[in-house]
Ligand binder design. Sequence first.
Ligand SMILES: [Zn+2]
Length: 53
Amino acid sequence: MKNFLNRWLGRKRCVICGRKPVDPSRYYNDEGRAVVVCRTCVTYAERRAFRKR
Ligand SMILES: [Zn+2]
């Protein structure tokens, strides 16, 4: 359920923590979807092999 919400709100909220990103970075996740990642989760995004866009 949380994963679903994250995908659904992926454009506006951080795809990892689900909060509104303060300083969002744009990434593509491992499915090639455009997502937003907040600054604190960027390192996690890099580990998940998200691609910057
Ligand atoms: Zn986050």
